[in-house]
Design a protein around this ligand. Structure first.
Ligand code: SAH
Length: 261
């Protein structure tokens, strides 16, 4: 067996029923879309995934000991197992077409995984994953909530997000210190935002870096046009703005609205 390594965020799920439910949450109806499992570990999800997607499953696992174990347990998958770091793999090269992601994520890097998903949002059509419940709540929360933040806005701009169910620490070896939750993100119909997407990301990040300040204050080094700065909207704090509000704000900044006044 594989000895769990804390620095790799290894908490192995021991409950096959929960593993089955996670795999069943993946809604793939076509026969070709590749399925990428991040961090298969000892293969509790992999067993169900192999049954359902025998020819289009790919695995990426950073831990050499797990990879060796998986190769003996799933010899048919040996050629589709990448020993490496998901955060460093060349997704463009390996998945030039749309694909979906599944996994019990290493909790220490789940935010970084989502930033990568955003970088490839037009090819990542769905994500089903288990992660720390707090992070799941944050990602799915709407404006007005205390936990609403950068990833909530950026992910909700492109994905419909559902929290599916909670999972308690006791079903893992070793048990994590936190509750877990399984969520599903499905790419929405928006091909691109009706504003400059790079500026949108900058505005959202800058706004939440100073979440206790008003937007006027938090965004002042973006050289706000005077007319924008004077708006009532700018008295608000970032957690009060919906995704649509952030898009609108980006549009204003893009146009330099008020510059001509
Ligand atoms: N899916 C397994 C293991 C979950 S623990 C289960 O449910 O039991 C998280 C897994 O992610 C571990 O196997 C860990 O080795 C792997 N991992 C951690 N960082 C990784 C990275 N950067 N890229 C790929 N896998 C990683």
């Amino acid at each position: 067996m594989v000895r769990p390594k804390k620095f790799l965020g290894q908490h192995f799920l021991r409950d096959a029923n929960i593993a089955r439910r996670i795999v069943e949450a993946l809604e793939v109806t076509d026969p070709v879309t590749p399925v990428l499992e991040i961090g298969p570990g000892t293969g509790v999800l992999t067993a169900f995934l192999e049954e359902q997607f025998p020819t289009r499953l790919r695995l990426v696992e950073i831990d050499r000991e797990s990879v060796d174990y998986l190769k003996t347990r799933f010899p048919a998958l040996a050629g589709r197992m990448l020993h490496g770091d998901f955060l460093a793999m060349d997704l463009e090269e390996i998945f030039p077409e749309p694909f979906v992601i599944i996994g019990n994520f290493p909790y220490n890097i789940s935010s970084q995984i989502f930033f990568r998903v955003l970088d490839h949002k037009n090819r990542v059509t769905q994500v089903v994953c288990m992660l720390q419940k707090e992070v799941a709540d944050r990602i799915a929360s709407k404006h007005g909530s205390k936990v609403y933040g950068i990833l909530s806005v950026l992910l909700q701009a492109y994905y419909d997000i559902e929290i599916l169910f909670k999972v308690s620490p006791g079903v893992f070896h070793p048990p994590p210190k936190v509750m877990s939750a399984v969520i599903r993100l499905k790419r929405n119909a928006r091909k691109e935002l009706p504003c400059d997407e790079v500026l949108f990301r900058t505005v959202v990040k800058q706004a939440f870096q100073k979440r206790r300040k008003t937007l006027r204050n938090a965004l002042k080094h973006l050289n706000l046009p005077a007319a924008v700065s004077a708006m009532d909207l700018m008295d608000k704090r970032p957690e009060q703005l919906s995704v649509e509000d952030f898009i609108y704000l980006t549009q204003l900044l893009e146009k330099g609205e008020g510059d001509q006044v």
